[in-house]
Design a protein around this ligand. Structure first.
Ligand code: GLC
Length: 558
């Protein structure tokens, strides 16, 4: 197995909220650099940076104003180079988030593009004339629900509309236009020359739009849509022709240079995944899908979890690689959504992590999950920053919902739950900054913080260390096939991972209630040695026939 990323443990850094070295309340690259030793200690061997390019920060960096420079609040190219060299010297690779679907409206290309219809950059973006009555070219709605809700924004300067799937300030790039594609390839190759190890490709299945831009047949949702503008994601996601773009990208950049790629898989599912990641198709190395963790998923019922993992394991058996994750900068905190952020916070955080780290695929840790950070519930909509949260709230209120109820509706899945500052200590501002944090802290930092976790052998952080060690020592975690047992069980997840060299068994009580365990003979007759448990000190569940709430154990066959 030559590809390093198949054995990687990736850690996502959302720089803005990670560690502030200069007291301006915003995380930065020197802050990240100071924490590399702790990431090394955690067993991470690859970092994914959410966008750190120059950006007006409308969507915290996903609105890129210069793809080849660093956001001044974070540092500059020299500091980033220093960080990269330091990470490499510690055996940590670095992958960059790359936003190829859209740029910021402050990008030089867009500033030129809007100037006139015959500007050389005009076709870098998607411009359309108004309908005869002056209205938007079609009924597609933007995802952030900005303005009147349309995916089109009128620009008086030239009397045309431009397309933006997300913010008005994030115009979509026109991938149909070859000079734009060439310019992108040049930029990507420049980053590879700079020394980075790969890319996480933002909303990559959305580069291609339905030709002709027809109206969507979807009916407006009376609560969730604004006016006549409807959810038209399907018009811009996984549209035929997308693979031509990806194959060209691979030929011009990724394949040629041998860098790792993970595609953000909005719209990628087990039915179409191999089109993107089958090695012989030469498109992407792996997919980061949203079937377990997504911005809109509140719970993960046990049967759904089992079936979803089975479907993706089948993709892996056919040569595709998938990412295992339960949280990221776009989702709420995993322990709050899928575990228990009260009585069983520590134990359920460990169980969820055990699943992620023993299922087939590449585990991605999102900053803070390794100390069990929880959702935050701000009292006022004013405290929220996330574009989706503000847009959804505004839409609900505009469509008649009571503001307090609208806040209660949007809060549990707000992306800001994941974006509160990292909780380093119980001290001032959780040790994140000496200044005023750009977004309010989660008040639970006095109880939940890294310092406290480092002081305890039973902490979530200590357990993550064991998980990353376990990956190094047990080949079945990377290579093994997945087989579930007790498939109808409403609480237990029982599965083996088997490769030529080894069989591992995981038994998890995926619930907050204790449960009787009676394993099928094929398992109970085996000789197993327990290698990990989140209730250390208790005898193995095999002997007891019962598991405590959220208890999990991993065994190897001897
Ligand atoms: C991706 C990013 C998200 C961003 C969106 C638009 O989904 O993860 O944070 O808002 O793309 O770039």
């Amino acid at each position: 197995m030559s590809e390093w990323w198949k054995k990687a443990v990736v850690y996502e850094i959302y720089c803005k909220s990670f560690c502030d070295s200069d007291g301006d309340g915003i995380g930065d690259l020197r802050g990240v650099m100071s924490k590399l030793p702790i990431l090394k200690d955690l067993g991470v061997n690859c970092i994914w940076f959410a966008p750190i390019y120059t950006s007006p920060q409308v969507d915290n960096g996903y609105d890129v104003a210069d793809y080849q420079d660093i956001e001044p609040d974070y540092g500059n190219l020299e500091i980033f180079k220093e960080l990269l060299d330091k990470a490499h010297s510690m055996g940590i690779r670095v992958i960059m988030d790359m936003v190829l679907n859209h740029s910021s409206d402050q990008h030089r290309w867009f500033q030129e593009s809007r100037k006139s219809k015959d500007n050389p950059y005009r076709n870098y973006y998607i411009w359309k004339a108004p309908k005869e009555d002056g209205s938007e070219p079609n009924n597609w709605g933007n995802y952030f629900k900005e303005g009147n809700g349309s995916m089109w924004e009128y620009d008086e300067l030239t009397g045309e509309y431009y397309l933006h799937q997300y913010s008005v300030k994030m115009p979509d790039l026109n991938w149909e236009y070859e000079p734009l594609r060439k310019e992108i390839y040049k930029m990507l190759n420049w980053w590879i020359d700079f020394g980075i190890d790969g890319f996480r490709l933002d909303v990559i299945p959305r580069l291609k739009k339905t030709p002709g831009f027809p109206d969507s047949p979807n009916a407006p949702d009376p609560l969730k849509d604004k006016g006549r503008f409807v959810n038209a994601r399907d018009m811009c996601t996984d549209v035929p022709g997308i693979h031509d773009f990806l194959q060209e990208l691979n030929a011009e950049v990724f394949g040629k240079r041998g860098c790792f790629t993970v595609g953000e898989g909005a719209g990628i599912n087990p039915q179409n995944a191999l089109m993107y990641i089958a090695p012989e198709r030469k498109e992407l190395d792996s997919v980061y899908h949203f079937e377990l963790c997504s911005r809109t998923r509140y719970s993960l019922p046990v049967d759904y979890y089992r079936n979803t993992q089975k479907n993706w394991a089948a993709i892996m058996e056919q040569g595709g690689w998938v990412v295992q994750h339960l949280s990221n900068h776009d989702s709420a905190r995993q322990v709050s959504c899928y575990g228990d952020d009260g009585e069983y916070r520590t134990r359920s955080a460990k169980t969820l992590a055990t699943l992620t780290h023993t299922m087939p695929g590449i585990p991605f840790i999102y900053q803070g999950e390794e100390i069990g950070m929880t959702n935050v519930y701000y009292d006022s909509i004013e405290d929220y920053d996330c574009c989706y949260t503000l847009g959804d709230y505004d839409t609900l209120v505009t469509n008649g919902m009571d503001p307090a109820e609208a806040l209660r509706t949007v809060a549990p899945r707000s992306r800001d739950n994941a974006r509160t500052p990292y909780q380093w200590t119980a001290g001032e501002n959780a040790g994140f900054t000496t200044g005023k944090p750009w977004i309010k802290l989660n008040p639970r930092y006095t109880e939940i913080n890294l310092e406290a976790d480092l002081a305890s052998e039973d902490s979530i952080f200590a357990y993550y260390r064991k998980l990353t060690d376990m990956r190094k020592e047990n080949p079945a975690i990377v290579e093994g096939d997945l087989q579930f047992y007790l498939e109808q069980h409403p609480q237990l997840l029982v599965y083996t991972r088997t490769c030529e060299k080894q069989t591992l068994l995981v038994v998890a009580n995926y619930s907050g209630e204790k449960v009787n365990v009676s394993l099928p003979c094929v398992l109970s007759n085996g000789n197993w040695k327990r290698i990990l448990s989140n209730t250390e000190g208790r005898p193995a569940a095999f002997g007891r026939g019962e598991m405590a709430p959220w208890e999990v154990e991993v065994y190897t066959m001897i």
